[in-house]
Design a protein around this ligand. Structure first.
Ligand SMILES: O=P(O)(O)OC[C@H]1O[C@](O)(COP(=O)(O)O)[C@@H](O)[C@@H]1O
Length: 363
């Protein structure tokens, strides 16, 4: 039998059972956990941000436990009392629990001035001298929870705008939260799936850490992720085909037939859970999209665009770079196209790809 050269590997000794083989990372040796990686010997993001990330990862471990709990079936049900608003969908109890878990961790960190959440009408002012502003969708894809389909937490981190400190408490949380995506200092998501993955960027590459349930640590498993410049997968809810504009129909028809710039027939993948669809796109390339005004600029589009750009890809609203858009309101929705540079650029070249018809779909 042909022998393959063994790549540089190191072996993490397991307490019991088979050893766990993990590819040696390209950032350097020794940065095995998320907290190692962002500490002084790693990317050194600064003490304040280390404290914030430590609290955030703790919150996400708690959410991971809640979504996997046998007792979550009640929490997954729709909130019959509403609780949404004109701009927000009705939250499920699990959305609310996740929101509270994140809020309490951010409070405990002492490092956060404002938290703006997809689940709250207005941002919460936490502490005057907290250096950071956190925007978050605490549990995206919660409509999937009863079927145990993956969900995720999305977050973005900005510096607090000290020049706004003199403003009244009614104004400064909102203005701090409406910063353009170009000002993000970090962003990430946590995927709750067969593995729990914490994917983050501090502005120099996108890195993913997988939860090791034996130690409770997020271990670096995907350093310096590069989204392939071209994929062969499109991800969209194509039951909406007849509500799409002509340009988007043409694009999808073209790549399905292998008649696009990349002469291969594309495959479709759509989980209908943004973090899961985005994570797969980061790994395999292609384009993940929601062409109607549904996903939110502040909580979803900006953080994920930051991550995909840091991985060499593109985040677009079908016409422009997402990160360059100035948010005008907190719960602003927009069409979203994320993925491989060449795929997103090719899609944009069809011009008319934003779905204007948005009748309100039941499922
Ligand atoms: O119904 P569509 O247009 O396929 O939208 C699905 C998208 O909506 C989401 O479920 C988020 O919407 P909600 O915030 O209303 O749950 C994403 O996870 C998913 O990608």
């Amino acid at each position: 039998m042909k022998k393959f050269p063994v790549p540089a590997l190191f072996v993490l000794p397991a307490l019991e059972g088979p050893s766990l083989l993990i590819e040696k990372n390209s950032i350097g040796d020794g940065f095995q956990t998320l907290l190692d990686y962002i500490g002084k010997e790693g990317e050194d993001v600064g003490d304040d941000l280390v404290v914030l990330i430590a609290h955030l990862q703790y919150a996400c471990k708690r959410i991971a436990a809640v979504v996997a709990s046998p007792f979550n079936s009640v929490l997954g049900k729709q909130n019959k009392n509403g609780g949404g608003s004109a701009e927000r969908d009705d939250p499920k109890p699990l959305d609310i629990v996740s929101n509270e878990i994140i809020l309490s961790s951010l409070r405990n960190s002492g490092k956060v001035a404002v938290m703006a959440s997809e689940e709250d009408d207005v941002p919460v002012w936490i502490t005057d001298n907290g250096p950071f502003v956190v925007v978050t969708d605490p549990l995206d894809g919660s409509r999937n929870i009863d079927a145990s389909i993956p969900t995720g937490t999305i977050f973005g981190i900005y510096n607090r705008l000290v020049e706004l400190d003199h403003l009244p408490i009614k104004e400064k949380p909102q203005l701090n939260s409406l910063q353009s995506g170009t000002r993000l200092i970090a962003a990430g998501y946590v995927l709750y799936s067969s593995a729990t993955i914490f994917c983050v960027s501090f502005g120099s590459g996108t890195h993913a850490f997988t939860l090791d349930h034996t130690t409770g640590d997020f271990v670096l498993t995907h350093p310096s992720i590069k989204v392939p410049s071209r994929g062969q997968i499109y991800s969209v809810n194509d039951a909406r085909y007849f509500d799409w504009p002509e340009g988007l129909r043409q694009y999808i028809d073209t790549v399905r037939q292998g008649k696009g710039k990349y002469p291969k027939k594309y495959s479709a993948r759509y989980i209908c859970s943004l973090v899961a669809d985005f994570h797969r796109t980061l790994m395999y390339g292609g384009v993940a999209m929601n062409p109607r005004d549904h996903l939110r600029l502040v909580y979803e589009a900006n953080p994920l665009s930051f991550l995909v750009e840091q991985a060499g890809g593109r985040g677009s609203d079908g016409k422009s770079r997402i990160l360059s858009l100035q948010p005008v309101k907190l719960h602003q929705r927009l069409p979203l196209f994320l993925g491989s540079m060449e795929d997103v650029e090719e899609l944009e070249s069809y011009g008319d790809v934003q779905q204007k018809v948005n009748p309100g779909y039941e499922v």
